[in-house]
Write a protein that binds this ligand. Structure first.
Ligand code: PAF
Length: 297
């Protein structure tokens, strides 16, 4: 991948003008929204966008509206210079780095809300639907500002990607949403900006999360579990051995996120747990057709 020259733009009028000029010259636009703290999961999305588009916009904006704990927002890692460099090395052409007031002026009064199981289960049940209201609102604003052909999201945040797909469809936002596979370290840990806050021992303990998802997937594929509850128990047991109590461990329909009532078709196994004071989420998709069972994200 050739490193592109990255332009850093901080205001809405400037980025709109820049994108309009590039479009007038015939460019297509890919978009990767981030909150910074870029890791290989983000850069894989940027690289994919760069393979598929002439212009790649990466937004770097820590969105206060989607944090439900003030200390989580405060502790969120921020290093704009490093993020811009990483985005450029992965093929970004523009980094959009707005201030909080650029996105939320003092008289900002609107909100995008998706209701139903998509936002009320899993993270919604645990963190409250307000998290998704904040995420949906900022992503709508960013999609409206950038006007990309395609926006890229990671499958580690499977619920977020489904929520985005839903409001983009409902609100007729003319950007295609693409979800790309979770990037993992070699030992299975799903990449996350929050991993930087794990101690060495915490990181070791956190490996139990992907192992637990795999244990549940195996129980489904080798037939040792005959119900979603039994498959979940296999995962929860793996977590217990590592001294972890899950915030949730659930087997769900991968499109609606409703709890699975039986082991058939494609299933999403999703888990959230706090390890070493850091809340982590991960998931796998598994086919419950025994011979074809694969964990694929
Ligand atoms: O996944 C994230 O980093 C954030 O939720 C997003 C999509 C950039 C919105 O703030």
């Amino acid at each position: 991948m050739t490193e592109r020259i990255v332009q850093t733009i901080r205001t809405v009028p400037l980025i709109r003008d820049e994108i309009a000029a590039r479009r007038a010259a015939g460019a297509t636009v890919g978009f990767v929204p981030t909150m910074g703290a870029l890791h290989a999961g983000h850069t894989a999305l940027v690289e994919r966008a760069a393979r598929e588009h002439d212009v790649v916009v990466v937004s770097i904006f820590v969105n206060p509206a989607q944090f439900n704990r003030a200390e989580d927002l405060e502790q969120y890692p921020r290093d704009e210079a490093a993020d811009v460099k990483a985005a450029g090395a992965a093929g970004a052409t523009i980094c959009f780095t707005p201030s909080v007031t650029e996105i939320y002026p003092a008289d900002f009064a609107s909100s995008v809300q998706v209701r139903g199981p998509l936002t009320e289960t899993l993270e919604g049940q645990d963190r409250g639907v307000g998290h998704f209201d904040g995420m949906a609102t900022v992503v709508t604003i960013l999609l409206n500002i950038v006007g990309a052909d395609v926006a890229y999201f990671g499958a580690k945040d499977a619920q977020q990607a489904l929520v985005v797909q839903r409001f983009v469809r409902d609100l007729r936002i003319p950007t295609e949403i693409v979800t790309s596979a979770t990037v993992r370290d070699q030992d299975g840990l799903a990449l996350s900006s929050r991993n930087a806050r794990l101690t060495a021992d915490g990181r070791e303990q956190a490996l139990a999360i992907s192992a637990a998802l795999q244990a549940a997937a195996n129980a489904i594929s080798n037939g040792s579990a005959d119900s979603p509850e039994a498959a979940s128990a296999a995962g929860i047991d793996r977590l217990r051995v590592a001294g972890i109590t899950a915030d949730y461990f659930m087997i769900a329909d991968p499109l609606t996120l409703e709890p699975a009532s039986q082991l058939s078709g494609t299933l999403l196994i999703a888990c959230a747990a706090t390890v070493d004071g850091v809340r982590l989420i991960d998931n796998l998709t598994v086919s419950a057709n025994r011979e074809a069972a694969t964990a694929n994200c």
